[in-house]
Ligand binder design. Sequence first.
Ligand code: KMT
Ligand code: NI
Length: 148
Amino acid sequence: MRWDLLEASRLDADIYETDPVLEKIRKDRGYSYSDIITIDKDKLPNYEDKLKMFFEEHLHLDDEIRYILDGRAYFDVRDREDRWIRIAMTKGDLITLPAGIYHRFTLTETNYTQAMRLFVGEPVWKAYNRPADEFDIRQKYVNALQCA
Ligand code: KMT
Ligand code: NI
């Protein structure tokens, strides 16, 4: 599925360690780096602070690629009219948020998810809270959106 430059796929999260489909995506797109975060009150240090941070509207200078291995979560992104669109992510969903898109993240009422993040090369996780319109990548995204 693809809309507003954001891409999503469905995979079999039960076999993520050996999944040839995931392997192919990683190879094709150059996602050399991966790690896994478990977002759970009892398992994640500074759980409250981190959730608060994830829910601040921000952008990155690189694509943010997330694969939900367990549980549920929401990504909110802005549409062309700057309204929030809520994307309900569930086990098996892989999403690519393009560099420069404003977004935020939160849990559902189950308060739990496990997510893999993927990256091309050495990971950079710097987030720029809105307003961050001065970055070239932001302008590039906005322009691409106009043409899409
Ligand atoms: C980020 O940049 O880390 C987010 O947008 C939250 C992602 S899911 C832990
Ligand atoms: Ni982000």
